[in-house]
Write a protein that binds this ligand. Structure first.
Ligand code: SAM
Length: 587
């Protein structure tokens, strides 16, 4: 049973009864915990030898005793040399002590007869020298030594900055040397820990029974909601020594209501701390999984300091469209450009049917939202660094999926500032047919949430052949919330698939976005056929066709408990974007 502790935290001025004065270090023995531990003088084997010598020569001659003395002095010198060679003061003190003891017998009479010195006296000499040495301890040197102590008993538990911390009684050390140790310092004492935890659990159960206190999910939720009022957060939750309080409660025969309330709150804290541990683990695993898929393009962090919501269970991260049943997404463009070096003056992909150049040389979008964008494709001669290959180069961003504090579920913030015009991400999901979208739409309506995004660029008589459904399969855009004053805009972008009904949906920054700012787009963004931004495009592989942007994010209505009656009857979802120009409803 070991406890590894950090020697830095120790009091280096102690001289104590010495637990290592055993005949030998047993395997369950710890290395010394404290720098000032007497054991640091490492006397065990030397004392053994000394004891043997003395035991065998109790009644022996002067000469024999003298040999022992020499030996003991050698030990003293060795210790001195090992630890304190530079410390003149200690050396002088050691020598003085040795001299005084060699000239005095136990009755206090002066004597030159060293053979009269008994084992006990020699021990006293060594003890004194050792204690003096401890006093002048070379702290730096000691701190470097890893130290181990044996746990005798766990006395109490509290949680400090999320870390379970235990009050330890160390074997062979007085209670005044008890210390609080984080769980990481306690190794090889699983059985003691387990016993202690079981004991706490029993105490808690006894209390619950006595106080008829059985917390429900809603109690937990209420407690979390009240944390701010108490000056606490989910990340700073700590519990006091709950077991000590419960024992006190029972000693007072449960008459102390105030103490009862404290214990109830601590029980809730304990529950939440436990759930939080599992939640953080689940979020970390999810974060790792996502970043393996994106290969850090973009880098994505996950953070929830608001509630106990874990990683979504039925969501799968994908990077590009996933064709649903009956959907084929062609990726063999019939035409590409033949520019030597593409630029705004060449007859590049974007220039078909007099289309304007969509990007700057620094890969920023320069055309207004609603303008269709044709990037260079796999038929073109240019390489991936071509200025007309932006969406296909992927996102260089660093995002954080975070839990919003005002009931909008998850949201996305950027961990790096973003310049106006930069490509941020694609809206991807399963591409499904119109019929399938109708069917799913009804199911989603019933569930109160949908992630359907109609690809109605080429809508004819209100019919759009395809819809992107990001509910189950999606990327970071699945988590981007709506704002009436958004900082992103959606563009239709064609790359290797030139089907007018199957553009990629690309989100670009409409203004500079600060680090840690939430990224949002307008779920009701529209740019109609008649908009001045619409452009008639003519790709040679197809007849002329009108392209107009009418992206409709089919967010269905979600009924919230805090929605006023009138809004519920209107079947509308209140918008919580907080923008000055908020339209009040999502839809
Ligand atoms: C596409 S999802 C966005 C991610 C979502 N917050 C989540 O947790 O998965 C759309 C849902 O987010 C919530 N939402 C997004 N923007 C909102 C806003 N401005 N006000 C209120 N709720 C919003 C609504 O519940 C909506 O149904």
């Amino acid at each position: 049973m070991f406890g590894i502790t950090d020697a830095h935290a120790e009091d280096s001025t102690r001289g104590e009864e010495n637990p290592v004065y055993k005949s030998k270090m047993s395997s369950t023995y710890t290395q010394e915990k404290r720098p000032a531990s007497p054991g640091l003088a490492q006397p065990t084997t030397k004392h053994q030898k000394l004891d043997q010598k003395f035991n065998s020569s109790r009644a022996s001659s002067y000469n024999d005793s003298n040999v022992h003395f020499k030996q003991s002095q050698e030990i003293i010198n060795n210790e001195r040399n090992f630890n304190y060679s530079d410390n003149q003061e200690i050396n002088v003190e050691n020598t003085r002590l040795c001299k005084s003891y060699t000239n005095t017998n136990i009755e206090g009479h002066q004597t030159d007869n060293i053979g009269n010195i008994r084992l006990k006296e020699l021990r006293i000499i060594l003890e004194d020298i050792k204690h003096i040495n401890i006093k002048y301890d070379n702290k730096k040197r000691m701190k470097k030594l890893p130290t181990l102590w044996e746990v005798e008993k766990i006395l109490a538990k509290k949680v400090v900055r999320g870390v379970p911390t235990y009050l330890i009684k160390w074997k062979n050390w007085n209670s005044e040397y008890n210390t609080w140790e984080p769980i990481s310092n306690l190794v090889n004492c699983a059985d003691i820990l387990e016993k202690f935890e079981k004991n706490i659990l029993q105490l808690i159960n006894r209390f619950k029974k006595k106080a008829k206190f059985y917390p429900t999910d809603s109690d937990i939720e209420k407690f979390i909601n009240s944390l701010n009022r108490r000056g606490e957060t989910l990340t700073s939750l700590e519990i006091n020594t709950i077991d000590i309080n419960i024992r006190k409660y029972f000693r007072q025969r449960g008459m102390n209501n105030k103490l009862g309330q404290i214990i109830k709150r601590d029980i809730l804290r304990t529950l939440i701390i436990d759930l939080r541990k599992k939640q953080l683990q689940s979020l970390k695993e999810w974060e790792t999984e996502i970043n393996i898929i994106t290969k850090d393009k973009p880098i994505i962090q996950v953070e929830n300091v608001v509630d106990l919501e874990s990683a979504p269970q039925d969501f799968y991260y994908i990077e590009d469209y996933l064709p649903g049943n009956g959907v084929i997404i062609p990726d063999d463009p019939p035409i590409g450009c033949e520019c030597k070096t593409c630029n705004s003056k060449t007859n590049c992909c974007f220039a078909h049917d007099n289309g304007s150049c969509p990007y700057t040389l620094t890969y920023k979008v320069r055309v207004p939202p609603g303008t269709p964008i044709y990037e260079c494709n796999k038929r073109c001669n240019c390489d991936i660094n071509c200025f007309n290959r932006v969406v296909q180069r992927g996102s260089e961003m660093k995002f954080c999926i975070f839990r919003t504090a005002n009931g909008r579920g998850w949201g996305v913030k950027t961990l790096k500032s973003i310049k106006k015009g930069c490509f941020v991400t694609q809206y991807v999901g399963e591409v499904i047919t119109n019929e399938e979208a109708e069917k799913r739409g009804k199911e989603y309506d019933a569930a109160g949430r949908t992630y359907l995004f109609d690809l109605d660029y080429n809508e004819i008589e209100g019919e759009c052949p395809y819809t992107v459904d990001a509910a189950v399969y999606g990327n970071i855009s699945h988590f981007i919330n709506h704002s009436c004053d958004p900082n992103l805009a959606v563009y239709g972008v064609w790359i290797d698939c030139l089907d007018p009904n199957l553009p990629k949906l690309a989100l670009f920054a409409t203004r500079d976005i600060k680090q840690n700012e939430e990224i949002t787009f307008d779920y009701m963004c529209q740019s109609s056929k008649n908009s001045e931004n619409s452009i008639k495009q003519n790709m040679s592989m197809k007849d002329n066709f009108d392209i107009y942007m009418n992206i409709k994010f089919q967010e269905k209505l979600e009924l919230r408990p805090d929605t006023p009656e009138s809004d519920l009857s209107n079947n509308k979802t209140l918008c919580k974007c907080g923008a000055q120009n908020c339209r009040r409803y999502l839809f």
